[in-house]
Ligand binder design. Sequence first.
Ligand code: RB5
Length: 152
Amino acid sequence: MPRVAAGADHAGVQLKDVLVTHLRELGHEVIDCGTHGLDRVDYPDYGEAVARKVAAGEADLGLCVCGTGIGIAMAANKVPGVRAATVHDVTSARLTREHNDANVICLGERLIGPEAAREALDTFLGATFEEGRHVPRVAKIDALLPTEEVAP
Ligand code: RB5
């Protein structure tokens, strides 16, 4: 059963808490990286915290929530080895595991209700990377260098 690191900003914390409870009820080990209240915080801090847990192997998969699920994904994707995907439904949740080998699911509390979010998360956790033709494509993503490291 995958270990999950979870994090959210103030705009995603309520959905994050619902999903963390759900994951624990299912028996997952969850590292809750915060935030833990409605005080305003910056979503990159929580995207980074989740991503570093996944990149370090302390968690197998990550769950990020902000208002849209977009900004926190942008931050998480800056950490090498992390492939964070913003999803809105079960289909995008399944396909990003099967095709992109995404290891962090990102959801938008302002865009998706708790039931749809729970179904998307369960689908993400239950899907597996299809490998085959997708392997070299994902390898190209992982091989991309930060701009400042690209030779002129
Ligand atoms: C916070 O107001 C909001 O900008 C943030 O949660 C997220 O939606 C950013 O992408």
